[in-house]
Design a protein around this ligand. Sequence first.
Ligand SMILES: [Zn+2]
Length: 338
Amino acid sequence: MKKIFILFAVVAVSFTACQKDTEVIKSQDATVKVDMSDWSAYTDEADLKGAHEHGRGCYSMHVLNEKLRNNPGLEATMYKIEKDTRISTSKKPAPVEDDGAYEGAITIPVIVNILEDYNGEVTTAQINSQIDVLTMDFTNLNPNTSGTPAEFAPVVADCGITFVLAGVNREISTLAEWGTSDAMKRSSSGGIDVTDPSTYLNLWVCDIGGGILGYAQFPGGDPATDGVVIGKDYFGVVGGVYGDGRTATHEVGHWLNLRHIWGDGRCNRDDYVADTPVSDQANYSCPTYPTEHCRTNDMTMNYMDYVYDDCMYMFTEGQNARMRALFVPGGVRESLVL
Ligand SMILES: [Zn+2]
């Protein structure tokens, strides 16, 4: 749960009489004040230890910490994005009608960059199945959503985001472990360079190693490494508990500025989304509802938890608003919808 304090100041409302008609000129300057005191770009190292070894193996928060340490300007950039997000997602009461949210349809063209042992190892069917799963999940068409517990049903979101395959780049590489240093994103290190990240979502598919399923770069980072990395064995519909294509759904959630559902910390650390319950830990495998932490039931079925692929099936309206805040005029991902 996040705390937002909104202060509105209607600076001036003036009435001007014209010669023929009476024209009402409203001059409004709404000032939105948001509380940023709970925000942190970093995740405590103690809270990162071990989590990925128990299951899902998302390395996004580790990579973010590393990038923050190596790029002194990144934290300030992310602070601004967070502040803009909080302003955009704050409900503004009348008389200001425009709540600032981007409400249009969002179509994201995807470039898939594949590093494989032999040409065609990652099949066209596998690629297409991944694009289909992304669209299904971001438009609330995952059939498992019918199992949503009653307490969470009112906040299930159709995010209205669809994905289309825009191109596939392939390179043959037998490197067994690409790691998490973004080597797969640079031709100079044997990888494939990013394709215009202002226009495309770039996915890299390769063997990451270390039991890691994938990792994403949060908004605000270096354009040269912007995108999502997915382990070859977890890309598309390939079978197995992590084989329904939901690593990409989870990581694209990060790429659109979503944090893990438990906030990567104790009960006082949040995911900065108001309609997701507070929790102090990830959930694994396929929990039976309810699972309680921090005196509320965990939303284990959220795509941003760590459960098996077929046990996660929802984003919330709050997460949807947080993602869409990136697409408003001046937003960090606005160029994708221009
Ligand atoms: Zn994650």
